[in-house]
Ligand binder design. Structure first.
Ligand SMILES: CC(C)(CO)[C@@H](O)C(=O)[O-]
Length: 442
């Protein structure tokens, strides 16, 4: 709870980090009850001595259905269906925003004022800020928020619009999911674990305690030599890049508790990474999503359809040439060794083809959103590449075109849906809270 924490003490022994230490509040709140929210909640309740879980939903209809149901979440894996209970559910009101500004005069925010120590936010990226604004009054500087969104730029948006003051800002963690999880329509409390993946986890160093990236690479030694091996600089060293600081940081009590709990949940296959490694994993996923997602929307086809097609490969290569150049020029990566090779267009293409092949029968999350007329994550994927490219003097015309085509298609679909006559019993809009499917099955 805010105000009840003692400052973290440095761990003298690595093993001590993973040992149980008392926490004041074991409850984990999960914001968003879409595919990933249900999957994580169900998995956490399956471990020995499970944490108390509160599911936070914005949907009054979902909440009502839950109250009338046996209050169980079910997860299907192959032929086995496992139902689990022990969840508390609360309704919250996302804050309505118009052109990025909060709209006055509407009843906003969660009714509860109970402090939240640990929050996992599993909504789609475009609604994450509105959702967090709805529970902002329950989060304090000692709380930790784990972001599970696809794409980049969400944390900067949350800092600007939800927690502008670093002194009162909670701590952040980041999770990169590659599990494939679907939610069957008309089954609001079920999920299908369709593809086994992992969750890469890490902390985002807090501005209060740590300078932002770039981070210095760790000093390496070759056996028998006292001389450090100096890391090779990126292919585009920039004289103006600020000097790197160490990537080390202190874990707070709540972040450490959340990390430990997720790491001891076998189904999640979670692994912890350092901030520079996590950033690179995020960028790899971004590069993959920046191809598969918009192309499947524009082609209105499953992931596998982009494979073995000369014309689509040409398009993919032009897009990846831009994305690769932007990533390799990012100042925050300048001091990390091997960046030029890791993000070269050929390697990114191999990754895209691998994921598209593994998930060939899937409907990408962006295509699912676009078909439903929901906002897609294009602003956090291709538009992020365009924005960072502008800052770095790289003109990303291909990515710019993708952003506008995907938005144009969404506009067409929304217009067509607007012409439809709504029918009694049309399903609830809970899918914006985490999507129909996610993941790329590493
Ligand atoms: C990689 C991906 C496109 C596979 O379905 C997935 O990340 C998605 O659906 O967004």
């Amino acid at each position: 709870m805010p105000g009840q924490q003692t400052p973290p003490v440095p761990n003298p022994n690595v093993a001590d980090f993973y040992r149980v230490q008392p926490v004041t509040d074991r409850r984990i709140h999960i914001l968003g009850v879409g595919s990933i929210g249900r999957f994580i909640a169900h998995s956490l309740r399956g471990i020995a001595n499970p944490p108390p879980i509160t599911l936070l939903t914005h949907s009054g209809e979902w909440f009502k259905k839950w109250e009338e149901s046996p209050k169980l979440l079910s997860l299907t894996t192959g032929d086995s269906i496992e139902k689990r209970g022990g969840f508390d559910v609360e309704e919250y009101r996302p804050v309505q925003r118009f052109h990025g500004k909060e709209v006055d005069g509407v009843e906003v925010g969660s009714k509860s004022t109970e402090p939240i120590s640990t929050l996992i936010i599993c909504t789609k990226a475009p609604v994450a800020v509105s959702a967090l604004l709805g529970v902002r009054h329950r989060l304090g500087p000692d709380s930790v928020i784990l972001f599970m969104q696809n794409g980049m730029g969400i944390v900067e948006e949350v800092n600007r619009d939800v927690f502008p003051d670093p002194a009162t800002r909670p701590h952040y963690m980041l999770g990169i999911n590659s599990h494939g999880v679907n939610i069957p329509s008309k089954a609001p409390f079920s999920a299908i674990h369709a593809g086994f993946g992992t969750i890469a986890l890490g902390i985002l160093p807090h501005e209060r305690e740590h300078a932002p990236a770039p981070y210095s690479a760790p000093t390496l030694f070759t056996p028998g030599s006292k001389e450090p091996v100096l890391p090779k600089r990126s292919a585009t060293p920039d004289e103006d890049t600020s000097a790197p600081g160490p990537a080390g940081f202190e874990w707070t009590q709540n972040s450490r508790y959340l990390l430990r709990t997720l790491l001891r949940t076998p189904v999640l296959c979670a692994t912890a990474f350092s901030p520079p490694d996590l950033l690179q994993l995020q960028l790899e996923k971004l590069a993959v999503n920046s191809i598969i997602n918009p192309l499947t929307v524009l082609l209105d086809a499953r992931n596998g359809s982009i494979l073995y097609n000369y014309y689509i490969t040409r398009t993919m290569r032009l897009l990846l040439a831009e994305t690769s150049l932007v990533i390799r020029s990012l100042p925050e990566l300048q001091h990390i060794p091997n960046v030029a090779h890791r993000f070269e267009p050929g390697r990114l293409e191999t990754m895209v083809v691998g994921v598209a092949n593994k998930t060939r029968d899937n409907i990408s999350s962006m295509l699912a959103d676009s078909r439903k007329g929901s906002r897609t994550e294009i602003d956090y994927i291709n538009a992020w590449v365009v924005k960072r490219g502008e800052e770095l003097g790289v003109r990303c015309v291909m990515n710019y075109m993708m952003v506008n085509l995907v938005k144009g298609k969404a506009g067409m679909i929304q217009y067509e849906m607007g012409q439809d006559i709504p029918m009694v019993g049309d399903s609830l809009d809970i899918l914006s809270e985490g999507g129909e499917s996610g993941g790329d099955y590493t």
